[in-house]
Unconditional design. Structure first.
Ligand code: B12
Length: 377
């Protein structure tokens, strides 16, 4: 049976994330897939993410007050998007009183946990309350909800109906860009910066999809945390889905290729960006000839060790674009020249770029954006 998927978040104007970080880790140890949205998140961001991720419930950790109103706003936004089946629960230590909780239950909140509740009790609640899958039937005009449910069907190995949308006519040609590289190279930040450029440069009716992967851990749970570090991707023009590898090695999940084909077939996105898990030397997540991507990008940090290490990284032979990110770090210039000479012997026509994705208006990121989206900008 597919793991239970829930979304967790901390409300806007609230930076108390230590409780939810502890709870997240406990939930994943017990086989739950947790999509963590991070702190300082608006009700709109939470609801958009919950719908796109097709979760069974939203867990909110609130410490800065305003919880009665905030939880109610989340519930009412869910109702308004035909998603009243997504349950809302949470806690906030002693900042949520019993009287507040009673009011919140009247508004439809499923459960509030008070100070002193053992972690096991919260895990048991999630396991028992959300163990029954939500029926896949959807009667809604909300496009993201339909796409999200179909992606869950694909993840479960089931067939899906043909693409639902006639919104864009003629259909858009969707490019697929694969991004891989070792953990900590800065893939997520780079993708978020590319999204920012997409949102600014393309007209408001153009959309982008992101398929982001994180590893499943022992016990089959997973912390799907890429959304927590993304700012610009919290936008109605972005459809983002987090996938756990569910036991598959190599950077992607068993259902990834079908999910990409489905998203491409919809004809509503200009691009699908796939982010792999942090990959190892032997990984070729998109194959050598990357049959389901139009371009494959390898993102490397400058600190890969001795020059000899470069001979062992398979993606250096397969990538169309190699990016040395964190170009402000010591050793970046050496890394660029060593990688340049490593690529020289390859028959494939490859581009080498350097970026500092964590700063605004980085010219290296501008260049990658042009390489990926050049016909459209
Ligand atoms: C740690 C802490 C901080 C840390 C936060 C670190 C971090 N990264 O999270 C720091 C020092 C940064 C901090 C700062 C501030 N804090 Co503070 N902080 C706390 C403190 C001491 C503990 C909160 C905590 O993490 N508890 C640990 C969790 C695991 O236990 P618990 O709270 O009992 O929660 C239980 C359940 O509710 C449940 N739960 C909680 N969340 C969720 C979510 C889900 C999904 C589920 C299932 C369950 C669940 O889990 C626990 C099970 O036993 C509380 C006081 C307190 N004792 O509660 C104040 C407190 C929350 N902070 C407070 C304040 C005022 C602030 C500041 C505004 C102070 C200031 N003037 O600068 C800032 C604001 C920070 C910000 N940007 O938002 C006030 C809030 C007042 C209010 N709203 O009524 C409190 C209550 C302190 C006080 N008595 O005044 N704080």
């Amino acid at each position: 049976m597919a793991p239970i998927r829930i979304l967790t978040a901390v409300p806007i104007c609230d930076g108390h994330d230590s409780a939810i970080n502890t709870i997240n880790l406990d939930l994943i140890r017990y086989g739950i897939e947790v999509i963590y949205l991070g702190y300082h998140r608006s009700a709109h961001d939470i609801v958009r993410a919950a719908i796109q991720e097709d979760v069974r419930a939203i867990g909110i950790s609130s410490y800065n007050g305003g919880h009665v109103e905030f939880f109610s706003e989340v519930l009412s936004l869910l109702q308004g998007r035909d998603c009243g089946h997504i349950r809302v629960f949470g806690g906030g230590g002693a900042t949520i009183t019993k009287a507040d909780a009673d009011l919140m239950y009247q508004h439809g909140v499923d459960q509030i946990f008070f100070a002193g509740t053992p972690l096991e009790e919260m895990v048991r609640y999630v396991q028992s309350r959300f163990s029954t899958p939500i029926p896949a039937v959807v009667n809604t005009s909300f496009e993201d909800r339909i796409i999200a449910v179909n992606l869950s069907e694909i993840e479960a190995g089931n067939g899906v109906d043909s693409p639902p949308s006639n919104r864009v006519s003629p259909k858009r040609e969707t490019k697929v860009f694969g991004m891989s590289g070792p953990g900590g190279a800065g893939k997520t930040t780079l993708i978020d910066e590319l999204v920012l450029r997409f949102l600014r440069k393309l007209p408001a009716d153009h959309r982008l999809a992101i398929l982001s992967h994180d590893p499943s851990v022992v016990g089959s749970g997973a912390l799907l945390g890429d959304r927590a570090t993304m700012l610009y991707s919290q936008n109605n023009r972005v459809f983002m889905r987090s996938m756990a590898t569910r036991g598959l090695a190599g950077g992607l999940a068993a259902a990834s290729q079908r999910a990409v084909e489905y998203l491409r077939g919809l004809g509503i996105f200009d691009a699908v960006i796939i982010e792999t898990v942090g990959t190892g030397q032997e990984a070729l997540p998109f194959g050598f000839d990357h049959s389901f991507t139009d371009l494959a990008v390898l993102v490397m940090p400058p600190d890969y060790g001795a020059r000899l290490q470069l001979q062992k990284i398979a993606m250096l032979d397969a990538a169309d674009i190699v990016v040395v990110n964190k170009a402000d770090l010591r050793g970046a210039r050496t890394a660029v020249s060593e990688i340049e000479s490593r690529l020289r012997s390859n028959p494939r026509n490859q581009t080498l770029l350097q970026t500092q994705a964590n700063r605004h208006r980085d010219p290296g990121v501008d260049q990658i954006f042009r390489n990926l989206f050049s016909p459209n900008v």
